[in-house]
Design a protein around this ligand. Structure first.
Ligand SMILES: Nc1ncnc2c1ncn2[C@@H]1O[C@H](COP(=O)(O)OP(=O)(O)O)[C@@H](O)[C@H]1O
Ligand SMILES: [Mg+2]
Length: 250
């Protein structure tokens, strides 16, 4: 029997820094064509997890499959898009130069590249800033350039690490409309966010704390299960429960 191919499948994935465990025996399954939101406080291990899934960081133990391929895998880069938390663009280049740079990396040239760049600049509402140095843009605008560069090669799987920080509410909503449109076309998205209105739009959410996945389900199910009205309160309830279990285990 052929086993199901997930977009992301991790197997006791672990990352230690010295004797500190940033990601702890994590088993995560993300279906193709779903928006999976990772939520958790700063330091929970979200970025560390994403970096391992993008083959930027090597696991201490355990492993993962991305789109069916065991990572690290040299060919997977053309199928994934990674938008780092710290903005993955060159501040000393213009918006246009950044987009052309990323186009070239992914072998997108000529009219095709031109068309894609124009389309994405319109989407992130930066058409008027195309020839401006990125360094001169606001934080939110830099993020928008970074998102546009991440999308340039139409990846099948997107890793978006806090993509909407500093982006104004109206544009955040249009980002999410676009993410859902991508999802409806079969693209898988793993996204981290601290905004609860965004979390509610995920197909599934995973709550992360101290490198572990402490709960995961559809947003409404997590509310139901915790008996809370907000996802923040639901997270706290699951976190408290986890702490109690840890105390009892000691
Ligand atoms: N290169 C590193 N060296 C040592 N500790 C690190 C390193 N990268 C991350 N950490 C630690 O791992 C933990 C998880 O960090 P991170 O994955 O960035 O969390 P999150 O993205 O959820 O805020 C934090 O305590 C952080 O300080
Ligand atoms: Mg982070």
């Amino acid at each position: 029997m052929k086993t199901k191919e997930y977009a992301i499948l991790t197997d006791y994935l672990t990352k230690n820094y010295g004797d500190f465990t940033a990601v702890n025996n994590l088993n995560l399954k993300v279906d193709k064509g779903e928006i999976y939101g990772l939520l958790g406080p700063n330091g929970a291990g979200k970025t560390t997890l994403i970096k391992m899934l993008c083959s930027i960081s090597t696991p201490t133990s355990g492993g993962a499959r991305i789109l069916g391929k065991k990572i690290p895998d040299g060919d997977i880069a053309s199928k994934i898009g990674y938008m780092p938390q710290e903005t993955g663009v060159y501040f000393g280049l213009t918006v246009d130069q950044n987009m052309k740079f990323y186009s070239r990396i992914f072998n997108l040239q000529g009219e095709k590249a031109e068309k894609r760049i124009a389309e994405l600049l319109k989407f992130v509402d930066l058409e008027d800033w195309r020839y401006e140095m990125v360094d001169n843009l606001s934080g939110g605008m830099k993020h928008r350039v970074s998102l546009a560069c991440t999308l340039i090669h139409e990846p099948d799987l997107l890793f978006l690490d806090e993509p909407t920080v500093g982006v104004d509410p109206e544009l955040r909503v249009s980002f999410w409309d676009y993410f859902e449109q991508l999802r409806d076309n079969g693209v898988t998205i793993l996204i981290t966010t601290h905004y609860m209105d965004e979390a509610r739009r995920c197909d599934r959410i995973g709550f992360m704390q101290r490198g572990r996945l402490i709960a995961e389900d559809k947003p409404l199910k997590l509310l139901e299960e915790s008996g809370k009205d907000s996802l923040e309160d639901a997270f706290l309830a699951f976190a408290r429960n986890e702490d109690t279990m840890r105390m009892e285990a000691v």
